[in-house]
Design a protein around this ligand. Structure first.
Ligand code: PMM
Length: 285
């Protein structure tokens, strides 16, 4: 059973979040939408392809990435969020900074997606609580520049679950409404490939009551799985079919939302998963 989130549709299937990276250096789309007009157009295109919301981010979190100054992050994302929201597009903001989240909500963002789960900025939970918008709390162990150093787990599912629940307790203590929280295992963030596969295999065990978002799209662990005979990982751009497979499996496991770069095939995949689920319940389509 998929658990819902206030303010978002409950269409009886996993939702699809389309990615709009307003960055020059994201590993997954390499600066294609760095220009604001292009980013806005891309957001509309993703909605036309079936996205339920678009996630606008101005800071790359690729492994090894350095931080972007606050003013630059604001300059990148706020005009894009403002324009898309004014056109009625449901927008989330992908940021670790409270000031960016606050400005994004004022510009019309309906959800805050924080890959640090509130750890990067002590003011984030307070801002989200005041804004009364849903909040994605992702599993995170530190900034991208050295995150693989922290990819040590004895039991990755138990540790991610416990660390996420500690974050939930912390942000609820700062005023965030528990019914507004979405959990994310943080695939690729301080995780080796086998950690990501294990988390996907046990998605349903991450929480008994909170909705789950999965971000696997174009990530390196997919490229590594699909390495050719020479052992070189498949380039991220050729990992969209594998992303679709993950979306179908995540949706079948009850995920609330998948975060993806190519929307149409992933929107198809979550509909397939929903049709199978309905048939399992004896409902005919
Ligand atoms: N991954 C990236 C960025 N933001 N947000 C959430 N909630 N979950 C993720 O897994 C996630 C994210 C990195 O991917 P990108 O650079 O291709 O956007």
């Amino acid at each position: 059973m998929t658990i819902g989130v206030p303010g978002f549709p409950a269409p009886g299937r996993c939702l699809v979040m389309g990615v709009v990276n307003v960055t020059p250096d994201s590993f997954s789309d390499g600066g294609a939408w760095f220009d604001a007009d292009k980013a806005i157009r891309h957001g509309h295109d993703l909605i036309a392809e079936g996205a339920d919301l678009v996630d606008v981010g101005g800071e790359s979190t690729r492994p090894g990435a350095q931080r972007v100054p606050l003013a630059e992050e604001l300059r990148r994302v706020i005009p894009v969020i403002e324009a898309l929201a004014a056109d009625g597009v449901p927008v989330s903001v992908d940021t670790m900074r409270a000031e960016v989240a606050e400005a994004a909500v004022a510009a019309g963002a309906r959800l805050v997606n924080d890959v640090s789960g509130g750890l990067a900025d002590p003011d984030m939970a307070r801002v989200v609580a005041a804004a009364q918008v849903p909040y994605v709390v992702m599993h995170w162990r530190g900034h991208s520049h050295d995150m693989y150093r922290r990819a040590e787990y004895a039991d990755v599912v138990a540790e991610v679950r416990a660390e996420l629940h500690q974050r939930v307790e912390a942000v609820v203590a700062q005023g965030v409404d528990p019914s507004m929280i979405v959990l994310d295992p943080g695939l690729g963030f301080a995780k080796r490939p086998h950690h990501n596969w294990t988390l996907l295999a046990h998605l349903g065990e991450l929480s008994d009551e909170l909705p789950i978002l999965v971000g696997a799209s174009r990530k390196r662990f997919l490229g590594k799985l699909l390495a050719g005979p020479d052992g070189h990982p498949r380039p991220f751009i050729d990992c969209d079919d594998a992303t679709v497979a993950v979306s179908a499996l995540a949706a079948a496991a009850g995920a609330w939302c998948v975060r993806v770069h190519r929307v149409r095939p992933n929107a198809d995949a979550v509909r397939v998963a929903a049709a199978v689920h309905a048939a399992q319940r004896g409902e005919t389509g």
